[in-house]
Design a protein around this ligand. Structure first.
Ligand SMILES: *[C@@H]1O[C@H](CO)[C@@H](O)[C@H](O)[C@H]1NC(C)=O
Length: 339
């Protein structure tokens, strides 16, 4: 398994175990997926994640770690990182070979996919929690809990066989346990420390209003868009005066390409009640000064006017242009005798 035997990640804590200034809980995990096409063809992809931020990749053509950020090495030396890379190389080979070797015993049918996710989660004032989960063909197969491998109920006989095989190697199991409970949280704290400037940055959101899809006669869908903010937690509500309006639909918080976030809050209202409503945005980057945008009934009329006028103007322009061309052609044909 990927996480067996990793005594090399003996990173030192950067002063205490506080995770000040970070959203909790915060986790570091490694994900790996393997697509076994047949006995001679296996594709794998690996990545490392600090919370929802990808910090590491794996270049499977050269079997090397990809560092996504200047601080992705955390507090590890280059030598430790080389050892780590070798550890992954060796375990990848063993993992793939182990599956081929046990294919008939475990009734693995090519093509199949195996996914592994493992790491640790930190809560302030509590011991860190380590985890490893393994899925076969997209459903949970086994997990590592309290120093041993546990088959998932949906994993059936296969999961039981794999678990008992893995549990048989006691030393490896203890090392896995140490890695999850010591090494991983140390590396995580090292990352948080090294990446502080990026991870604790504050980016102010842009906000704007626009009408959403027509909800039906006599009604309006008001959309409040908030984009480009970091970190992720944000508060967006529709208000009338000081009163929060119920029934707003909040979209998922979606990632922008630059690592910032986007959110939309939509409110379905009687058209006559739209004016006087405002969208209020509160975010840590705004220093207590909420963004407040008032719904302007003109703005929706404005959109409709624009939607009618623009095509109309284009049509008229086209008509003029065609007329001109036509006259031009007539002139030409008048000049050239076509006999
Ligand atoms: C294994 O699968 C790959 C990809 O589908 C294919 O190109 C290759 O021919 C297969 N090899 C064998 C031995 O079946």
């Amino acid at each position: 398994m990927l996480f067996l035997q990793l005594p090399l990640l003996l990173a030192l804590l950067p002063g205490g175990n506080s995770v000040d200034g970070f959203q909790e809980p915060i986790s570091f995990q490694i994900m790996w997926s393997f697509l076994f096409y047949n006995r001679s063809w296996v594709q794998n992809a690996g990545s490392g994640w600090l919370g929802e931020l990808q910090t590491h990749g794996w270049d499977s053509s050269s079997d090397t770690i990809i560092y996504r950020w200047p601080w992705s090495k955390g507090n590890l030396s280059n030598e430790q990182l080389m050892e780590l890379q070798n550890f992954f190389r060796m375990n990848l080979i063993a993992f793939v070979q182990g599956h081929h070797d046990h294919a008939s015993q475990w009734q693995l049918e090519y093509p199949f996919e195996v996914q592994v996710a493992g790491g640790c989660e930190l809560h302030v004032g509590e011991a860190s929690v380590g985890f490893i989960q393994v899925a076969y063909q997209g459903s949970e197969s086994l997990s590592f809990q309290n120093n041993s491998w546990v088959p998932a109920p949906e994993g059936g006989r296969r999961a039981q066989q794999v678990s008992s095989l893995l549990n048989y190697y006691e030393v490896a199991r203890e090392e896995t346990c140490n890695m999850l409970s010591d090494t991983c949280p140390c590396f995580l704290l090292g990352l948080l420390d090294a990446g502080k400037a990026d991870l604790q940055r504050q980016v102010r959101p842009e906000a704007w209003l626009s009408p959403g899809p027509d909800p039906g006669p006599g009604r309006l869908m008001l959309g409040c868009h908030v984009s480009g903010f970091y970190p992720k937690p944000i508060w967006v509500v529709w208000m009338r005066g000081e009163q929060e309006q119920q029934g707003a639909q909040r979209s998922d918080v979606l990632p922008n390409a630059d690592g910032t976030w986007y959110l939309r809050s939509s409110l379905d209202v009687e058209a006559s009640e739209a004016s006087g409503l405002s969208c209020r945005v509160r975010h840590s980057s705004l220093g207590g000064q909420d963004i407040i945008l008032y719904w302007d009934p003109q703005s929706s009329v404005g959109w409709i006017v624009l939607a009618v006028i623009v095509p109309l103007v284009l049509l008229i322009a086209l008509a003029f242009w065609l007329r001109k061309r036509w006259t031009h052609c007539e002139l030409l044909s008048g000049l050239i005798p076509l006999e």
